[in-house]
Design a protein around this ligand. Structure first.
Ligand SMILES: Cc1cc2nc3c(=O)[nH]c(=O)nc-3n(C[C@H](O)[C@H](O)[C@H](O)COP(=O)(O)OP(=O)(O)OC[C@H]3O[C@@H](n4cnc5c(N)ncnc54)[C@H](O)[C@@H]3O)c2cc1C
Length: 760
């Protein structure tokens, strides 16, 4: 997360992480625009590079070779990445509507979401659409294993659509599937391929020479090509065409012309016949000067172009410059599409055909040339120059188009504030942001957020005891909504670890100073995330305090209720000799987020870590109690060893901890091996004195993870040995899929050190 003293003055929201937006991010990363914040809202954290997709299918590239890591790129660009699907735009309110989070406000919007398959043919849901590519990849992996396990009779694979994409994909799939069968010593002829195309020629947008080359290749590779065959129905195992022709097909891949996403129809933006957004030659929508579009989703009103990644890429720099210019009220650049462009189309077997205007060349050298171009392109998005801090530049803000009131607020936000009342966020901002929240109703809350006073008043039901806890930490992710969810989860963790029910919470937050409406939006996003988690736990937010600070931070004082003399109370000190030690979530958040700040992680590692942090421990706690857990704590800043020692000590026992069994977040061993640890790690490492045999394990790759501080970590608990298998099975079924048995409890020995490591 890039921290900057610059208040945010304008928000550019980029919908989709397509080929144009990755170019925008790179340019803003190289030259940040002071006061401008970029936010990408995207369904995926890895952008597939279409040019290399067939090479990936053919088996020449790995997944990472052909995907731009949007997480790393956003980090480099200082942009926020919100993982979500956009389902609408409220142009009147200037908000982007997302499927799983509150609407996101914009000052300027850009759309680069590619095309959506138009599966209008009856039964086409039985087919595998090539877009979105991540969906195709899942189905492709399934097809690979289907072919590997298919032992009897032929397997017929049909590709519908004879454009460059369809032909290239078919040849790539055939090459790969045959290679897989050969490796298994099986007959490659069991696979039968067909290309079914509505037109009279394959590759209709390419010259006859290129077409002839592909006709020859398809013939040589025994592909049945059916021309003038417009598929009007798909049945299980059968393709039915308009003229009555029928073709057997066990697997159907759909690579026909796509269209615009259906939700665009409700935006009021002008669309073409296929539902793509009309833009002028500045890539701006004619209806709304605040909205731009690029790539497949945009149709240039005056120069309709073929839908190809090459145009999406070329639009990136112009789009970036025009977004900057639009914010400064400066003239926009014109995007001039090339009349002829070079298409390099591969045939699966490290051979490719170059096509440009009326020219065409083919050969293995064309493949090598394509490979060189593609890899060079990908390097632009994986190798970054060292990150330089954003200039703290007051004058730059003045270049942005702002009202005089906004300018005053921006200057005031930059100025040194006193630490007293000036450090408190304005009451109207706060009440407006909090007023939009839907806090769960509880009868025992007598005075809460709905009817605010100096303090909240809450009744403790008879026979109940109050369980108090407090937690607070600074934002380590740029997404305030997600951060709110994780902070609430983290704070509730203590209550659940005690086996209590959460009752009420008060929040304490700091937000960086800025324009009032930006601060309000930030608070609203963050508190919406938090309140959703609190509400799910039946915990009412009853009040709080928000102040200005250099960084976004959030914490909660949470109250829980428990029966006064309850046997369900789970203390740290209840471990019994013979109990089994279990952990409900994987560890590694400390090293992963330290590495994330250094651009040394993969987007999917961070994604998985965030998903784990956002998972509540509530159900886990209920399950542990059901199986008679004898002791429990939630893993936070002290790391696994620190929390374990907090339990063994008061329990008067020793513990055996199995390094091999530790559940780990994906990527944690890589980042630890790279020597990247959290800034809290050195303090935790002091606890190595609690290890009896640390000398034997000090070079073990997992050893440092014993000290890795966790955020919103899992529950560490002991369960009687006869209950543990059923308990683990239930925890896994409840979604804690990485729950693991990580050790056992031993009688206290003579040695001072309570923890013995094993690696079994
Ligand atoms: C098999 C095949 C091979 C191809 N080969 C080539 C080639 O060699 N050269 C070439 O020029 N073209 C090629 N193409 C065409 C190329 O794939 C497209 O033209 C290109 O991907 C378009 O890029 P884009 O940036 O518009 O969108 P995309 O690359 O499709 O990116 C869209 C992004 O938006 C995200 N998104 C979508 N909907 C939403 C939503 N509602 N909310 C949030 N995020 C969303 C997606 O997750 C994705 O990150 C090929 C196509 C196929 C099918």
């Amino acid at each position: 997360m890039k921290s900057t003293s610059q208040p945010v003055v304008r928000d550019i929201i980029l919908i989709g992480g397509g080929h144009s937006h990755v170019g925008v991010l790179k340019r803003f990363g190289m030259k940040p625009e002071p006061g401008v914040r970029l936010t990408v809202i995207c369904t995926d954290v890895h952008t597939p590079y279409s040019g290399m997709l067939p090479g990936y299918v053919a088996g020449h590239y790995s997944y990472d070779d052909v995907h731009i890591d949007l997480g790393r790129l956003c980090m480099f660009a200082g942009a926020r990445l919100f993982r979500d699907e956009v389902i609408g735009i409220d142009r009147a309110q200037r908000k982007v509507i997302c499927r799983n989070r509150p609407p996101v406000a914009y000052d300027l919007l850009s759309i680069n979401i590619g095309s959506t398959p138009q599966l209008k043919v009856s039964g086409s849901e039985l087919a595998v659409p090539v877009k979105p590519i991540h969906g195709f990849n899942v189905r492709w992996q399934a097809l690979l294993s289907r072919v590997q396990n298919h032992t009897r009779g032929p397997l017929r694979i049909a590709v519908v659509g004879g454009g460059a994409g369809g032909v290239e994909l078919l040849l790539a799939m055939q090459h790969r599937l045959r290679a897989e069968l050969k490796a298994l010593g099986r007959d490659v002829n069991m696979l039968q391929f067909a290309l079914v195309h509505a037109g009279a020629h394959i590759l209709p947008t390419h010259n006859p020479r290129v077409r002839q080359t592909f006709e020859r290749v398809l013939r040589e590779r025994d592909v049945n090509v059916h021309l003038n065959a417009e598929v009007t129905r798909v049945d299980r195992g059968l393709l039915i065409c308009k003229d009555g022709q029928q073709f057997d097909a066990d697997e159907v891949i759909w690579v026909t012309q796509a269209g615009g996403a259906p939700w665009l129809k409700n935006t009021g933006l002008s669309l073409d016949r296929e539902g793509f957004i009309l833009v002028n030659n500045k890539l701006q929508t004619p209806d709304d000067a605040l909205i731009f579009a690029a790539g497949d989703i945009a149709t240039m009103r005056d120069h309709p172009l073929e839908k190809a990644g090459v145009f999406a890429v070329r639009m990136g720099p112009v789009l970036a410059d025009n977004l900057r210019a639009a914010l400064r009220d400066e003239p926009l650049q014109t995007y001039e599409p090339q009349k002829h462009w070079l298409a390099l189309i591969s045939t699966g077997n490290r051979y490719a055909v170059a096509s440009r205007g009326n020219w065409g060349w083919a050969g293995a050298w064309v493949w090598r040339w394509k490979d060189w171009i593609d890899r060079r392109f990908m390097r632009k998005f994986s190798e970054f120059p060292p990150m330089s801090p954003q200039p703290a530049n007051t004058t730059a803000n003045t270049a942005l188009k702002m009202s005089s009131e906004e300018s005053l607020q921006a200057i005031s936000a930059m100025a040194m504030r006193c630490g007293g009342c000036g450090a408190k966020v304005g009451a109207t901002v706060l009440s407006r942001a909090l007023g939009q929240l839907n806090v769960v109703h509880r009868d025992d809350v007598l005075i809460g957020l709905k009817d605010p006073d100096d303090a909240a008043v809450v009744r403790i039901p008879p026979g109940k005891a109050l369980v108090h806890s407090v937690d607070f930490f600074r934002a380590f992710v740029d997404d305030p909504y997600l951060f709110g969810r994780i902070a609430a989860n983290h704070a509730l963790g203590d209550i659940f670890a005690m086996g209590a029910q959460a009752q009420t919470a008060t929040a304490i937050a700091t937000v960086p100073p800025g324009l009032e409406h930006k601060v309000e939006e930030l608070l609203f996003q963050m508190m919406t995330g938090a309140v959703e988690v609190l509400n799910d736990a039946g915990c009412a937010l009853v009040g709080g305090h928000t102040g200005e600070g250099a960084e976004l931070a959030l914490g909660f004082a949470v109250n829980g209720l428990i029966d006064e003399n309850t046997p369900g109370l789970m203390r740290k000190g209840g471990m019994q000799v013979g109990d089994v030690l279990i952990l409900t979530k994987p560890i590694g958040t400390g090293t992963l987020f330290a590495a994330h700040a250094k651009l040394a992680t993969k987007g999917r590692w961070i994604d998985a870590a965030l998903a784990s942090m956002a998972m509540s421990n509530r159900q886990g706690s209920d399950i542990l109690r059901e199986f008679g857990a004898t002791a429990c704590t939630d893993l936070t800043g002290f790391g696994l060893l620190g929390h374990l020692v907090e339990m063994t000590k008061p329990s008067g026992v020793d513990a055996e901890l199995n390094l091999a069994a530790l559940p780990l977040l994906e990527g944690a061993t890589e980042t630890i091996a790279a020597g990247i640890v959290s800034s809290l790690q050195p303090a935790n490492v002091r606890l190595r004195r609690a290890l009896r045999n640390q000398e034997d394990f000090i070079h073990h790759p997992r050893y440092p993870l014993l000290f890795d501080p966790q955020t919103a970590g899992g529950l560490l608990a002991t369960v009687p040995a006869d209950q543990v298998q059923a308990c683990v099975a239930k925890l896994r079924a409840a979604g804690y899929i990485q729950t693991a048995i990580i050790g056992r409890i031993l009688p206290m020995g003579e040695a001072l050190e309570p923890v013995v490591l094993i690696d079994a």
